[in-house]
Write a protein that binds this ligand. Structure first.
Ligand SMILES: [Zn+2]
Length: 265
């Protein structure tokens, strides 16, 4: 199996940004809201990290997809508008980033519907995609997305090619923990994330090797980036040089909505 990319490109990279901000921490432990140093990492993301990403993407001439929790959008409306006005796609990352499995089934419909409404009100553009917090897709997610007239999910890890789910018609843009900066960079003073961080050069090498191998398969690399992790200075330098190299080697770097459009009906 292979995917067919526009203009005969062999490789495609969806640059995606999960704008978790405070919810990265409060969704793991509500008590984190009262830990100023933990929360200050989210503040770095909002005050600096997003802008560093926007500058890097503008320099590279690429558009990304920002998955934004509704809770974060409500508290940072001008930032979300600025991201959209810079030509990037805004998609849903649920409401408060809590685990879907921690709630009754009705919560999932509420969280997707509410975040979609908040984001559409802010940007005036339709929200087409959904990435669940912790990629936690359930048996009802795809039907919910179809009922809300959304077009893609970016949660499952069962392929390196985008595909269409047969019953709902929703496109899947698969992810992998390997392409997520969290397993390499996320650190906390408490278990389970008290652990050695990976140096940026190692992460860049791992992602470039994966990119080359995926290009051989004609696959999609779905990079999952968090500004509070990957917009730290030396990590940003490594990321930017990687994206530059992918681009110079002819890869198509595109937002999710454009990649989803390449999947046949
Ligand atoms: Zn997230």
């Amino acid at each position: 199996m292979t995917s067919s990319w526009p203009n005969g490109r062999s490789a495609t990279v969806a640059v995606t940004v999960d704008l978790d901000a405070e919810t990265m921490w409060t969704s793991k432990d509500a008590a984190n809201a009262r830990r100023p140093v933990v929360m200050s990492q989210a503040k770095y993301e909002i005050d600096f990290g997003v802008d560093y990403f926007l500058e890097a993407f503008a320099d590279l001439g690429i558009a990304a997809t920002f998955f934004v929790p509704g809770w974060v959008a409500e508290r940072n409306p001008s930032l979300v508008r600025k991201i959209a006005a810079s030509g990037h796609e805004i998609a849903s990352h649920g409401y408060d980033h809590t685990r879907i499995s921690a709630h009754p089934p009705e919560f999932e419909k509420w969280t997707i519907t509410r975040s979609k409404h908040i984001l559409e009100e802010l940007t005036g553009e339709r929200v087409l995609g959904y990435r669940a917090p912790y990629f936690e897709l359930t048996e009802q997610t795809l039907d919910l997305l179809r009922d809300l007239e959304m077009s893609y999910s970016s949660n499952l890890m069962n392929s390196v090619h985008p595909y269409r789910h047969p019953d709902s018609g929703i496109v899947e843009l698969p992810v992998s923990w390997m392409w997520d900066d969290g397993p390499y960079y996320l650190f906390a003073t408490e278990p389970p994330n008290y652990r050695q961080m990976f140096p940026p050069a190692v992460v860049r090498d791992a992602w470039y090797a994966e990119f080359q191998a995926l290009a051989e398969l004609g696959g999609l690399m779905n990079l999952v980036l968090h500004p509070q992790l990957s917009a730290r200075p030396s990590r940003l330098v490594a990321l930017k040089s990687l994206l530059e190299q992918m681009k110079s080697e002819g890869a198509w770097l595109a937002p999710c909505r454009e990649v989803a459009d390449t999947v046949p009906a």
